[in-house]
Design a protein around this ligand. Structure first.
Ligand SMILES: O=C(O)CCC(=O)C(=O)O
Ligand SMILES: [Fe+2]
Length: 261
């Protein structure tokens, strides 16, 4: 994984601006718009689509073919493999993609992605920016000692440990402790407020925190806003969260059939 994309600080997060071109973004947004209505799953506060198959009992992926807009044109999954971020993952690349839709004012509560996946997630942003926050638990008691599923019963520090401005077309790759012991989320607000000096306002805590990738932001207007402050209204954003599910149903059977002389 290229260290040029590693963000400053102690955490392992890689920011890759312009991971897809504007023309590819337009194409992907059209493909997303064209997907049959039944493919969307409505959650309380956003819609999503699942590609690559469902993760069902015992964290097992029941694999299905990926659509061509993820592995042919543009070859998002191939491009992600080429970053080497998934080099040590069981399949050396993502085999599962969740597409999230966020209308202005929608977001995602701080959460962990959990142990079904190899601890690397690559997220591509399309259509709108987002301010992505990583959080830590307040009491650093490991979940095993409490005998609870990991986020239950633990208090989350509302002041993020790391905050990133995700530009449209960018990819963010989260790994290491940020994946295994931290949470991530996007606030449910319509407008992101920047206080100048590369800081963003966190509504939940009332604090201003630094934007870790301020020197990597490509859009000159956004860089200016980060430096001098201002407000950025969100439009509809689509994120493609790409992960590797370690356990895939049927592969051991297939392997044993293939190995037979
Ligand atoms: O939309 C994003 O950028 C994050 C989505 C996410 O955290 C998830 O799907 O688990
Ligand atoms: Fe997540």
């Amino acid at each position: 994984m290229k260290s040029a994309h590693l963000l400053p600080g102690c955490f392992e997060a890689y920011y890759i601006p312009n991971f897809v071109t504007s023309a590819e973004e337009t194409y992907l947004l059209r493909k997303i718009e064209e997907t049959p209505r039944q493919k969307w799953k409505a959650l309380g506060n956003r819609r999503l689509q699942i590609w690559g198959g469902e993760v069902l009992q015992r964290s097992t992926l029941f694999a299905q073919d990926m659509p061509s807009f993820l592995n042919q044109f543009p070859d998002i999954l191939g491009r992600l493999r080429a970053t080497t971020a998934f080099e040590c993952s069981p399949h050396q690349g993502p085999n599962h993609v969740i597409l999230n839709e966020y209308l202005p004012g929608q977001g995602i509560m701080p959460h962990e992605d959990g142990p079904s996946y190899h601890p690397v997630v690559a997220t591509l942003s399309l259509g709108s920016h987002a301010v992505f926050h990583y959080y830590r638990y307040k009491n650093d008691q490991p979940p095993e000692s409490l005998n609870l599923p990991s986020s239950l019963g633990r208090t989350i520090d509302p002041i993020p440990v790391l905050s990133i401005l995700l530009e449209p077309r960018s990819a963010i790759i989260t790994t290491g402790a940020l994946y295994t012991t931290h949470l991530h989320g996007i606030e449910e607000i319509e407008v992101d407020k920047f206080g100048g000096d590369n800081k963003v306002f966190v509504s939940a805590s009332g604090h201003e925190v630094p934007i870790a990738n301020s020197d990597r932001v490509q859009d000159p207007e956004l860089s200016k806003m980060l430096l001098h402050g201002g407000e950025l209204r969100r439009s509809s954003r689509y994120s493609l969260t790409c992960r590797d599910v370690a356990k895939v149903a049927g592969t051991s059977l297939l392997r044993s059939i293939r190995q037979k002389p």
